[in-house]
Design a protein around this ligand. Structure first.
Ligand SMILES: [Zn+2]
Length: 412
């Protein structure tokens, strides 16, 4: 039922029967579009009952390809033990321990479908682990460009998944530049390379949108008053908003929408700054620094879409300091029995602030997204672990010959 891809800037249509990255005209993010009227005639939400508890239960609104699945999605919606009407969507129970599994499952599914061979990704951490896992499950090569100070778990899991890891002395934006350089090499088209960067191909959004379908289904097709989402690249925010539009077209929900809330780290808050200044795009955040590595994205590529969703949903953007995030991580562990990723715990900081300012009332149903497991951040959350890990797992000094990729990028 996938009919075409559509540019989110100019509205131009592109065929969905081949790999596509961004709009050739204006570099806009491309969205997958479906014949929703036909899906509405042939499928209903009642038919979801009894389906396998993975994100592929929503395959009626996903591209028709043989899924590369490790069991991702349909994560628990936990009722908060502290706040009535608050739910925590625990994405830490996904394969590879984070919400990135959804996007990369969909993306690698389509990459294999199109016969691509070598998938390149700049990643702040968890997307790297997810790509590495799904690529190996699909029999494809993963080429990971990650900052050298990512959480150790991300580096180690990529090594175990047998991915090609290039550690970069810089931020995810510097990693993205390395991938851009690679695209200029002769090998790029000849050897089946593809850039699976955040929002630079259409299918990671498709995987992440299943979070929106799950929020609705798990709340009995009621839409919450708010969703608080830790926003780095913002794919989940885009995906959930797209899911709500699709579900309305399918007749599964009405026109109601949650207020969409972005939470970022005070050490890297380009969306919060742009929101506060009433801008429609973000500026590059200088000297980005936060222990919440997934939020260390100095300028998300889809900034214009994120800001538009905050506006349309009458949401807002909130920042949390590293100290607040660490306290919230410990508080959630102690209060909820949930060992969260720091990015996820940032949602609790945002919720408290929004309750204090009466943005949310106690009776509002609000969903907080814990995007990953705290177990992937042991070295971030406990400095003694960092010291042990560095001596036990020094940065590997092997892997890929730089000449293979045009001689542009040194191995480490
Ligand atoms: Zn366009």
């Amino acid at each position: 039922m996938l009919t075409h891809l559509e540019c989110t800037r100019c509205g131009e249509h592109y065929p969905a029967d081949r790999p596509q990255s961004v709009c050739p005209k204006d570099a806009g993010v491309l969205y997958a579009r479906y014949d929703l009227a036909a899906i509405k005639r042939s499928f209903s939400s009642a038919r979801l009952a009894g389906r396998a508890p993975t994100m592929w239960r929503y395959d009626a609104v996903l591209p028709a390809a043989n899924p590369v699945s490790l069991g991702e999605g349909f994560t628990p919606m936990l009722a908060s033990r502290e706040f009535p009407n608050v739910f925590i969507k625990d994405e830490g129970l996904n394969p590879t321990g984070s919400f990135k599994a959804r996007g990369l499952s969909a993306c690698v599914t389509m990459a294999r479908h199109f016969g691509l061979k070598k998938l390149a990704i700049p990643s702040a951490g968890n997307a790297a682990g997810a790509l590495a896992a799904y690529a190996t499950a699909a029999g494809l090569e993963a080429h990971i460009f990650m900052p050298k100070d990512v959480p150790a778990a991300n580096r180690i899991e990529c090594d175990y998944y047998d991915a090609h890891v290039i550690l970069v002395d810089g931020l995810i934006s510097d990693c993205a530049k390395k991938v851009a350089d690679l695209k200029q090499s002769d090998s790029w088209n000849k050897d089946g390379w593809f850039d699976v960067s955040t929002t630079k191909e259409p299918y990671r959004v498709e995987g992440k949108k299943t979070m929106g379908y799950e929020v609705a289904e798990q709340l009995g097709w009621r839409i919450p008053q708010g969703i608080i989402y830790p926003t780095g690249g913002g794919v989940g925010l885009l995906g959930m908003w797209k899911a709500f539009e699709e579900m309305e077209a399918l007749g599964w929900i009405g026109s109601e929408r949650p207020k969409m809330i972005t939470v970022q780290s005070a050490g890297c808050a380009p969306i919060v700054k742009a929101w506060d200044e009433h801008k429609s795009s973000a500026e590059m955040w200088p000297h980005a620094a936060t222990l919440a590595s997934g939020l260390r994205v100095p300028k998300p590529y889809a900034d214009y879409l994120i800001l538009d969703i905050l506006k349309k949903s009458r949401g807002t953007a909130v920042s949390a300091t590293d100290e607040e995030i660490l306290e919230a991580t410990r508080h959630w562990a102690k209060m909820e029995g949930l060992f969260a990723a720091p990015e996820g715990a940032a949602c609790l900081v945002a919720y408290r602030k929004l309750r204090a300012s009466s943005f949310f009332k106690p009776e509002d149903t609000v969903v907080l997204f814990n995007t990953g497991s705290g177990l992937k951040y042991l070295d971030v959350l406990d400095p003694s672990v960092a010291r042990t890990l560095v001596s036990a797992f020094p940065a590997p000094a092997k892997r890929p010959a730089p000449r293979q990729i045009g001689g542009i990028i040194g191995p480490y």
